[in-house]
Design a protein around this ligand. Sequence first.
Ligand code: ATP
Length: 283
Amino acid sequence: MEVLAHAKLNLTLDVLGKRPDGYHDLRMIMQSVALADALTLKENGSGEVRVSTNLHFLPNNEKNLAAQAALRWWEARGQTPRGLDITIEKRVPVCAGMAGGSSDAAAVLRALNRAEGEPLSPPDLAKIGERVGSDVPYCVIGGTALAEGRGEVLTPLPSLPRCWVVLCKPEFSISTPALFAKIDSVRLRCRPDTQGAVAALGAGDLAGVARRMYNVFEDALPERQHARVNDLKNVLIQCGALGASMSGTGPTAFGLFDDESCAQQARERLSDFGGEVFLTYTV
Ligand code: ATP
C-alpha cells in the first residue's frame, strides 16, 4: 500500500493557559499542504514493525511514530501484530513545526483502515491517533480545521481558498518542550484573531485569513531565532505574500500567495538564506 502524509501549517496558534495536568490548552487553525512524505506499507508476517527512511537519524523501530501507529491500530482492533515493513520517503522537514512524524502516523492508520475495508470512521481513527501524539487526530482528518484542547478537539472549518504557500525551515531547530515551558513566563505582545480568521474562512476571504495569521510562540523564541524568523517573514511579505507566520513551535516560517510568480520569486529569494525552502499549495 502506498499513502501520502501531508504536512500541516498553523494559520493561527494561541496558547490559552496551562492545565492542571501540565499540558497547555491551545486554540489553532490548522491547514494541510501538498508537501508530503510518501509511505509504502508491506505486511511481513514477522510480528515486528520495521521502518526504513531516507533520513538515517530517524528511528527505525517502535520509536518511529509510524510504527507506534501500527501497534496502536492492532491494539485497538484486538488483533495480534501481524508485522509490517514501512518505508518512508521523508520530504517534510523534521522538527519543523509541520507535524511530519504525526502525519506519518496518521497515514499508517488510514492505510491499515483502508486495507481492512474501512471498518473505522475518521473520528474513531483520530481517537486511536491521540494515543500516539496530540497532532495525529488532526493529521487523520486534514484540510482546514480548528484544533483545541491539546490539539485533539477538532472542528472542521470551511476550506481555505486554494493558494500558493512558500515555506522555509531554517537550519536550526527549536526544542518544543523548552518553548512550552517558556510560554508561561512570556508577556505576549499580541494574540491571533482566531474568531476573525474563522469568519474570514466562512466568507472565502483568503486575504482576510492571511492578514489575521499569528503564532504566539514567536514571542517565546530565543532572540537570535526570533530575528531570523522575522527576517524570513519580511522577505515573504516583500515578495507579495498576503500574510506570513510561523508554524507550530517553529522554526518554519511560511507565507500565503494568490499569485504564483510572486511565490516563485519568494522561493528564489529565500533560497539565499539557507535552510530548506519549498513552494507548495494548500490541500
Ligand atoms: P509538531 O509540528 O507535531 O510539533 P515537528 O514538525 O516539530 O512536529 P516532527 O518532525 O514531526 O516534528 O518530529 C520530530 C521528532 O519525532 C524527532 O525527534 C524524530 O526523531 C521523531 N520521529 C519519530 N518518528 C518520526 C517520523 N516518522 N518522522 C519524523 N520524525 C519522527
